[in-house]
Write a protein that binds this ligand. Sequence first.
Ligand code: NAP
Length: 212
Amino acid sequence: MLPKVIINCAMSADGKIALPTRRQTRISNEKDMIRVHELRNQCDAVLVGIGTVLSDNPKLTVKESYVPNPQQPIRIVLDSKGRIPKDAKVLSPDAPTIVAVSEECEHKIEGAEIIVCGKRQVDIPLLLSILGEKGIGSILVEGGEKVIWSFLRQGLAHEFHVFIGSMVIGGENSPTPAGGEGVIREEDIIPLILNNVERVGDGVLLHYGVEK
Ligand SMILES: NC(=O)c1ccc[n+]([C@@H]2O[C@H](COP(=O)([O-])OP(=O)(O)OC[C@H]3O[C@@H](n4cnc5c(N)ncnc54)[C@H](OP(=O)(O)O)[C@@H]3O)[C@@H](O)[C@H]2O)c1
């Protein structure tokens, strides 16, 4: 069975998820951080793209300060060409890591299980079926904009959670929750179902379902 996919991201009130330089900036407040770490802990795996690893170098573990006795979900990185640095924090021994690469990957990656799927880029539907066979039932996709776009465009996400921080970042080049090529035709716009709106401290959390 294919895993359930939840996308989560934090954006500013003007719809940016990082600085124009693509450097990470804290958008979530403390209450939202607790929510994200609890959500991570409830999922079997947490997934990001190599762009996020290169720009933010996240560890992607559940912090004990937010969740006592965390489960530590499997960390998954989409990295077609194997660009992940040897010292990336996501390869730390704190939790198991899977790096999904394409057939074009020529690099040796240590400290992670490697799954080859896709000719030039990671084939996400194929990856999800492999992960499902491994018993992974739920995946939290945490970014960045290209990866979120791919999941939404290919109809692979079930839920989309967006935290809106009370701030403005601006910048024409700042990343947004969904990047990629976007839709050209109006009929290709991806409809969402607004399931819940919640105030979280000084921010707002939107829960969307994704129409299938
Ligand atoms: N505020 C938040 O919630 C949040 C969370 C995470 C990240 N961010 C921000 O997002 C930005 C990074 O976004 P990004 O778009 O540059 O990076 P990304 O989405 O993390 O990674 C994109 C890369 O993943 C690889 N990839 C492999 N298979 C793919 C597929 N099927 N579809 C899409 N990508 C695939 C591609 O590189 P290869 O072709 O080389 O494999 C692609 O360039 C940073 O500024 C970061 O700070 C914000």
